[in-house]
Each structure stands twice: as structure tokens, then as C-alpha cells.
Write a protein that binds this ligand. Structure first.
Ligand code: NAD
Length: 256
């Protein structure tokens, strides 16, 4: 039996590396997926690819900026209107900034906190009534190893990722008696198109990155996005029924 048969999920940042891999896995496991991303073109490409590789996949494309508070209610309403229920919310959308804190601009702080932290809170708030009604609702928030191991130079991102851990535990406590589980996954270095683009100017190809030895983790390598999607899938599924307020590190063993 497919792990997510009959379930409906909202997944933000669905056109990115981890989002697309997770959406594909969710579709393989029988979920209907409302895929949300600000990049409508990339979203359409990812949705088309999933429909091509997963026969019968039901993907609803929602091109929306989750950094706007008003988006949360419309994303939930569109999902309920298309699929009639909501069982899972995966808050995954994320952007990076590389401003040392002594140069950090207010505008950047606002953008990072809006997309990486507040969108998670607003979507959870709007999704909770439907998640409670579903009976075994689950929220999975995507944080980062940066929540625990800031390395300097990405302070705004690190603060948002640490905030996600606190929000996850708070929500888990508040929702425990209402049947909604809330957990977080902290990916480590994961080889997504974002990083491929980032390292291209340094002359590194995707294949170079795939084979290079990195210092961040004890496996000394980049993760494939699907390796991060598996723990997200598990936490979202009923197999993880005793998991709430938990944080899973999907990081190859962070080297601190
Ligand atoms: P990515 O850049 O490939 O994907 C992020 C997606 O979010 C993109 O498709 C982007 O268009 C979308 N997005 C950005 N702003 C948005 C907005 N305002 N509204 C809607 N969509 C928006 O990133 P990824 O590497 O797949 O990362 C996914 C999540 O995992 C992020 O939260 C990231 O912080 C986290 N993470 C990634 C890594 C890694 O090494 N890749 C490590 C730790 C944590």
C-alpha cells in the first residue's frame, strides 16, 4: 500500500531541488500534491516532469509568492477546492542571503524572514483547520543544519532556520491534542540546481560537485535531493505516528 494513498499535501518551494524531489516521491506514494512556487515557469516544468514519470500523478500548480501573508489563505483555499481535503503541509520554500551581520540590510532581513520563517507560520495557521479535520494531519518544516551550526556570513538565513525549530516545537505542543503532528527536517549540503548555478562561475560542473569531497559532513559528500525527500516523506506519513516536535538531521553527519 502506498504510504500516502488518499492524502493531499501542500508543498512550498516545489520547483526547487528538494521540493521537486519530495513532490515526486509524494506522488509515487499516492498523494495528490498542491505544488507552490514563485517561479511559474520552473513550477510548470517540474509538474510536467512528475506527471511524465509518475503515471496518474495529480499535481495542482500554484504560482504564488509565499512571502506575502495573503498567499497562505489562497493556497489552502485553492487546494481544498481542487482536492477536497488537506492532510500534509510541507513548508520548504527558502532563499539565501550572504550578508555578514555588520552589513545586514533591513530590506534583506525582512525578505529572508518573510519567506523563510513567516510563510511557514502563516501557512500552518491557515492549514490547521483542514489538517485537524483530516484526522491525522502532519506538518513538516524544512530547516537546516545552519539552525544549529552557523558558520558566519549567512546570519539572516541562520536566524530564520533556528526560528523554524522553535516554531515547530511550539506548534507541536499546541496541536498535540488536536491530532496534528509537527516536525522538522534539517538538510545538510544538498546538490540542488541552486548550488549548481552558484558554483558554475567557479568552473565547477554538476558532475564535479557530485564527486568532490566536502568538509561539511562525515560522509564527505553532497546529498542527492531524494535522500532528503525520504525523511520528509516518512515524517509526513502515518508510519511516523509517534513522531512530533522532532527534528531529523538529514545531513550525512554534520562535522562541527
Ligand atoms: P532551491 O533554491 O532549489 O528551491 C527553493 C524554491 O523555493 C525555488 O524553486 C524558489 O523559486 C522557491 N521560492 C523562493 N522564494 C519563494 C517565494 N517567495 N514564494 C514561493 N516560492 C519561493 O532550494 P533547495 O536547495 O531545494 O532548498 C529547499 C529548502 O531546503 C530551503 O528551505 C533551504 O533553505 C533548505 N536547505 C537546503 C540545503 C541545500 O544544501 N540545498 C541545505 C539546508 C537546507
Amino acid at each position: 500500500m502506498a504510504r500516502l494513498a488518499g492524502k493531499v499535501a501542500i508543498l512550498t518551494g516545489g520547483a526547487g531541488g528538494i521540493g521537486a524531489a519530495t513532490a515526486e516521491l509524494f506522488a509515487e506514494e499516492g498523494a495528490k500534491v498542491a505544488l507552490v512556487d514563485i517561479d511559474a515557469t520552473a513550477l510548470a516544468e517540474v509538474a510536467a516532469r512528475i506527471r511524465a514519470v509518475v503515471p496518474g500523478a495529480e499535481i495542482l500548480e500554484i504560482a504564488r509568492d509565499v512571502g506575502q501573508e495573503a498567499s497562505a489563505a489562497t493556497i489552502v483555499a485553492e487546494t481544498l477546492s481542487a482536492f477536497g481535503r488537506l492532510d500534509i503541509l510541507v513548508n520548504n520554500a527558502g532563499i539565501r542571503s550572504y550578508e555578514p551581520l555588520d552589513e545586514a540590510k533591513a530590506e534583506t532581513w525582512q525578505k529572508i524572514l518573510s519567506v523563510n520563517l513567516l510563510s511557514y507560520a502563516y501557512l500552518a495557521r491557515e492549514a490547521l483547520p483542514a489538517l485537524r479535520q483530516a484526522g491525522k494531519g502532519a506538518i513538516v518544516n524544512i530547516s537546516s543544519t545552519h539552525a544549529f551550526n552557523p558558520r558566519g556570513g549567512m546570519g539572516q538565513y541562520d536566524v530564520a532556520k533556528a526560528g523554524i525549530i522553535s516554531m515547530t516545537k511550539t506548534l507541536a505542543f499546541e496541536e498535540a491534542d488536536r491530532g496534528v503532528r509537527v516536525n522538522a527536517v534539517c538538510p545538510g549540503l544538498t546538490l540542488t540546481p541552486f548550488h549548481v548555478r552558484r558554483f558554475a562561475p567557479q568552473g565547477k560542473s554538476e558532475q564535479d560537485l557530485r564527486t568532490e569531497k566536502v568538509d561539511h559532513n562525515i560522509q564527505r559528500r553532497w546529498a542527492d535531493p531524494r535522500e532528503v525527500a525520504w525523511p520528509i516523506l516518512w515524517l509526513a506519513s502515518d508510519e511516523a505516528s509517534f513522531m512530533t516536535a522532532s527534528v531529523i538531521m538529514a545531513d550525512g553527519g554534520t562535522r562541527v
